[in-house]
Design a protein around this ligand. Sequence first.
Ligand SMILES: Nc1ncnc2c1ncn2[C@@H]1O[C@H](COP(=O)(O)OP(=O)(O)OP(=O)(O)O)[C@@H](O)[C@H]1O
Length: 229
Amino acid sequence: MLTVDSLSSGYGLSPIIHDCSFGVKPQEILGVMGRNGMGKTTLFKTLMGMLPTWSGEVSINDQSLDKRKPHERVASGIAYVPQGRHVFPTLTVEENILAGLEVTGRREVPEDIYSLFPVLLEMRKRRAGNLSGGQQQQLAIARALAADPKVLLLDEPTEGIQPSIIKEMASSLKEIRDIRGVSILFSEQVLSFSMAVADRVLVIDRGYLVEEFSGSELSEEKMAQYLSV
Ligand SMILES: Nc1ncnc2c1ncn2[C@@H]1O[C@H](COP(=O)(O)OP(=O)(O)OP(=O)(O)O)[C@@H](O)[C@H]1O
């Protein structure tokens, strides 16, 4: 599915991501965990082509994404929900989802989107800026799914979300994986969320991938040195 081979990148002359290699298997939910500033966002932006790759390669189903621009990567099957969600606040919920359809050439919201997120159907005529943080996160995920991705990238999806909603989000991600058959790669600092949702977790420390755990192996004890608790 998604393969990342010896990827390095950074900003200007500062290297941030160092020689990262991993793969996301079909229908796998893979987490990347690490403290603030360890390189999660930089890694995701490099995968999306929003930052240049310094060396290494990203491919999807053995097709290299090298030199492809972000929108071309979306058309190749990677969709991205950035940290902070970035929905269009003055557009309605429906208009936000329609914006995600652009790369597919379709003009109507795919049916399963509203069954995955019934609250968005209820609120489809409301301005996105008036939704709660949790609802905006659902909308950002719905917009990404509208592009019909094979791999969904979520950068810190629980950031700014009430703890009571975090569990709901974990089951909603599993439902998306089951219904859409997508692979999901997310970054996180919230251990309970990763334990609830991930099949596997990679630990990022100062731009290096340093550990790998299966979801069932994850524990506070094992992660304590990599997260600020
Ligand atoms: N635009 C930028 N220019 C220069 N350095 C940057 C830029 N954005 C981030 N950095 C640096 O890159 C490093 C990794 O940051 P990154 O945002 O990828 O971390 P993160 O793990 O996603 O953390 P957070 O949870 O805070 O988003 C940090 O040292 C940060 O200061």
